[in-house]
Every structure is written in structure tokens, then in C-alpha cells.
Design a protein around this ligand. Structure first.
Ligand SMILES: [Zn+2]
Length: 472
């Protein structure tokens, strides 16, 4: 492996320390071997033999972004129907391998993938680790364990759960236990449970769909096997049940009353809010054909989440950044870093804390806080060299042109070779649900949406239209 000297940059190590100007960093193999002054690190590097130098002057050197909530198997879907059916396992897996490259090229060097179709996450993780495909490192879960009425039981009961669904139906505790055992046998790093429904299907008064005792049975078994569990819980009811049952972190926790929050504070359970999918829909959904009902539902949830989770943050609950990428309003490789910006604007987080949310805190979801998420000697060399100061303007991380070097495990990611243009096949069905039969890429948004983020407005249009292959 090539060793690298990242010379004379401003080190933003994401431990919470203030940035350290005029600092160099030496990467030996896949590890950070030395951090210090220019001269000190150069002397160290020269003792190690040959190395390449990366100019860091004027740049910020920080850890790779960690997205604790991304779904490579989803395929930027526009509906539950599209998510659950139409696309076979084989095509879905290959498409996911393509999507991983987009994620990595956005500076995201690690993801947690809580939930997928079939067992695609595990296959992706192993293929990335084996060096067969290019992508971020992955903590993989299998399909959501879901009951009727929860988000992953999206289709009517007379259709039931196709094998392709992102959820596996477990209405009784025996079924939940059996499925947990099966997923752990099949290689999952974590178990994902569907704890309630979706904003769309409620007026904000969501109920939980699985009780504390069932959740405790899943959590106890998972922990006994040395693995961890998380839950989709938008409601206060599901959040409280999962917290009491010992779930390791909560995804969403949007609708918490003060009483619900008190339970969370007592147990100190970390939360991944996932605002970007909601906010994108509110801000530019109308411009790409989203219904007013969908927009209103998302708006309600953002407001509720902002109220409850800003209090949780103030009380010291660990907030983890995750984007829910793979859903149509949050396409791969486009919006991961925006979550950190939204944590500052909607939860009142400091920029430093938001950066930690998208690095070291999110690393908790991979159970790798000792290995990734900060720049410290001995840790893995997952590093971004950024043209800009994320502490002054956190949105610079969303502009891929500013990411001058993306390094994962000591290897520099190729961001120059263009990725093939993705096409939509007729059986992917997006045209049934969206007025515009195109993938919602960043270029698409840049061209059409009036209410777009400032960093996006600055960029000139360069988009090419994705080709839509229509049925003959
Ligand atoms: Zn999700």
C-alpha cells in the first residue's frame, strides 16, 4: 500500500477539539500513524520509506462522513409499491453496488444500512470488504422485522409480504425470535424493527405497533448474540417502548411528548433524527410533483421533531446523523452531508456537534467508534481533504467539488472517472407515481426546484437528462 503525508492542513479531528492549523498527518497502510507539526510528521514519514504527499495548505483535513442511515437496496424509490415489488433480487443487488459508488464519492466512507430487501446489505458489506466492489464500509441489517400496521407492512393484507419486501412479517413473538435468529445466522450486524407507521398515514398521532415485551425479547436475544438493534419509531409510544426494552438507538423519535422525552433522558438512548428526507420534501417536493398531502405530513413531522429533539440535544442525548438515502427525495450521493446542516438549523446544534453527529456519533451505529469517526493516531485512515472550512459553513461538505481527496482505509477514492448514467427500466415503475419520469438526482433538483439549498444555486446547470427506457 502507498503511504501518504497530508501536509500542513487545518486538522478538524471531530473529537470536539478546536481545529489545529498547520498540522500534518501521516497515513501508513490503512491507519493514521502520526499527527503533528509539519516538521515532526515529515521526519516520522521519512523513516518509513517512500510515501506520496498530499498538499493540505488552505484545506481542512477531517474524518470521512459516516451516514448511520442509508438503504443501498432501495434504489431511490418513489413509492412503497416500487420499494416492495417489481425489482428482482439480482438487478437490485447490482444496482445497489452502483449506488454505493455514489455514496462513497460524496465523502461518505461508512454507512449503517438499517433495513433492506432480501439480504442484500450483507452481500454488499462482504463484497466491499473483499475488495470486489467499491463502496463505503457497511454495517448491515436484513429486512425489517415488522408486524401488520407498521411501516414495513406497506401492502394490503390480501397481497401479503412478497419475498422482495423490505420487511418480513412477524406478528407473534415466536416469529420475531425465529426471524432474529435467522438474520443473525445469515450475517446481519444489527436487527432493524419497524416500531410504527409513517407520517403519511397519520395526523401526527401515531401509535406504536409492537409492545415493550416483544421488543425486549428481540433486544435480549440480539444482545446475547453480541449484536445490536435499532428501530423505526416516529411516535412517542414506539420510542418509549424501544428505549425501555433496551434498543441501542432510535431512528426518528419525531413525536415525543415531554413525558416521552423524560424516559429517553433517563435511559440516555442515542437518536438518529433523519430530517433531510422530510425537509427535502417540504422545500422542493411540490416542484417535482409531490402531493400537498405528502408535503403537509412531512412538515408536521419536521416541526414536531424539531421541538422534541432540540430538547433532547440540549439535555445531552447523543444525536447521530443519517440521511435515509435510497428514498426518492433523498437520492444516493447527494444529500448525506445535508443532514448535518439541518441538525444545526432545526435542532439548534452547534456546528461542531453537528459535525460530530455525522462522524464519530454515527460511527456508533457501526459499533466502530474506536476505529473510525475521528482523526487520531491508530485509527483507520478515513479522511477528507476539504477546500473550505466546514466549521464556518457546514454546507461546503455538500458540494462534491470541494472534496479534494476522499480516502477510505488508506486508499484514495477515484472521483474522476465518470460513473455510468443510470437508466430507469419500465418495470421499476416510477412513472406511475411521479409526474416526471426521471430519477430525482441532484441535477434534476438543481434544474427544477425553485427552493433549493444555497450551495446548489451557485452551480451552473450541467445536467444531462437520464434516459428513460420505455416499454415497447
Ligand atoms: Zn430508513
Amino acid at each position: 500500500m502507498t503511504n501518504y503525508l497530508i501536509d500542513d492542513g487545518t486538522l478538524l479531528d471531530c473529537t470536539g477539539n478546536s481545529p489545529s492549523p498547520r498540522t500534518s498527518l501521516f497515513v501508513e497502510g490503512n491507519r493514521i500513524a502520526k499527527i503533528g507539526s509539519k516538521d515532526e510528521v515529515k521526519t516520522f514519514a521519512e523513516r518509513k520509506g517512500r510515501y506520496k504527499t498530499i498538499a493540505g495548505a488552505g484545506m481542512t483535513v477531517m474524518p470521512g462522513i459516516v451516514d448511520c442511515h442509508a438503504h443501498p437496496s432501495y434504489g431511490d424509490v418513489l413509492s412503497f409499491e416500487e420499494l416492495d415489488i417489481y425489482t428482482g433480487c439480482e438487478y437490485r443487488t447490482l444496482r445497489a453496488a452502483h449506488s454505493l459508488k455514489k455514496i462513497l464519492r460524496a465523502g461518505v466512507t461508512s454507512i449503517c444500512a438499517p433495513g433492506c430487501n432480501w439480504n442484500i446489505n450483507v452481500a454488499l458489506r462482504d463484497a466491499v470488504n473483499a475488495g470486489m466492489i467499491e463502496g463505503p464500509r457497511i454495517a448491515a441489517s436484513g429486512r425489517y422485522i415488522t408486524t401488520y400496521n407498521a411501516i414495513a407492512s406497506a401492502l394490503p393484507s390480501f397481497i401479503e409480504h412478497p419475498a422482495s419486501s423490505f420487511g418480513v412479517l412477524c406478528n407473534t413473538r415466536d416469529e420475531m425470535i425465529t426471524e432474529t435468529r435467522k438474520q443473525l445466522k445469515d450475517g446481519s450486524d444489527l436487527i432493524k424493527v419497524a416500531g410504527d407507521g409513517d407520517s403519511l398515514t397519520s395526523d401526527g398521532h401515531l401509535t406504536g405497533t409492537i409492545d415493550e415485551d416483544d421488543l425486549r425479547a428481540i433486544a435480549d436475544l440480539t444482545h446475547m448474540m453480541g449484536k445490536r438493534c435499532t428501530i423505526h419509531a416516529r411516535s412517542g409510544m414506539a420510542t418509549v417502548a424501544a428505549v425501555k426494552a433496551g434498543f441501542d438507538w432510535i431512528i426518528h423519535a419525531s413525536y415525543m411528548t415531554d413525558d416521552d422525552l423524560a424516559v429517553l433522558l433517563e435511559h440516555r438512548t442515542p437518536v438518529n433524527p433523519t430530517l433531510v428526507l422530510l425537509v427535502n420534501t417540504v422545500e422542493w417536493g411540490a416542484d417535482v410533483g409531490a402531493s400537498q398531502g405528502l408535503i403537509d405530513a412531512m412538515k408536521r413531522e419536521v416541526e414536531a421533531a424539531s421541538r422534541g429533539l432540540s430538547k433532547a440535544y440540549k439535555e445531552g442525548i447523543m444525536i447521530m446523523a443519517g440521511s435515509d438515502s435510497g428514498n426518492g427525495m433523498c437520492p444516493y450521493g447527494e444529500w448525506h452531508a445535508r443532514e448535518m446542516e439541518l441538525l444545526t438549523s432545526y435542532l439548534g446544534m452547534s456546528t461542531m456537534d453537528a459535525l460530530k453527529a455525522g462522524t464519530i456519533n454515527a460511527a456508533f451505529a457501526l459499533d466502530m467508534q474506536d476505529e473510525i469517526g475521528t482523526l487520531e493516531e491508530g485509527k483507520r485512515a478515513d479522511i477528507l481533504v476539504v477546500d473550505g472550512d466546514p466549521l464556518a459553513d457546514i454546507a461546503v461538505l455538500q458540494d462534491k467539488k470541494r472534496l479534494k481527496v476522499i480516502m477510505k482505509d488508506g486508499v484514495i477514492v477515484d472521483t474522476k472517472t465518470p460513473l455510468p448514467e443510470l437508466k430507469i427500466y419500465p418495470w421499476e415503475k416510477p412513472q406511475l407515481y411521479w409526474k416526471e419520469p426521471q430519477l430525482l438526482t441532484q441535477d434534476f433538483v438543481r434544474k427544477r426546484a425553485r427552493n433549493k439549498p444555497a450551495w446548489m444555486r451557485k452551480t451552473r446547470n450541467q445536467e444531462k437528462k437520464p434516459t428513460v427506457i420505455r416499454a415497447a
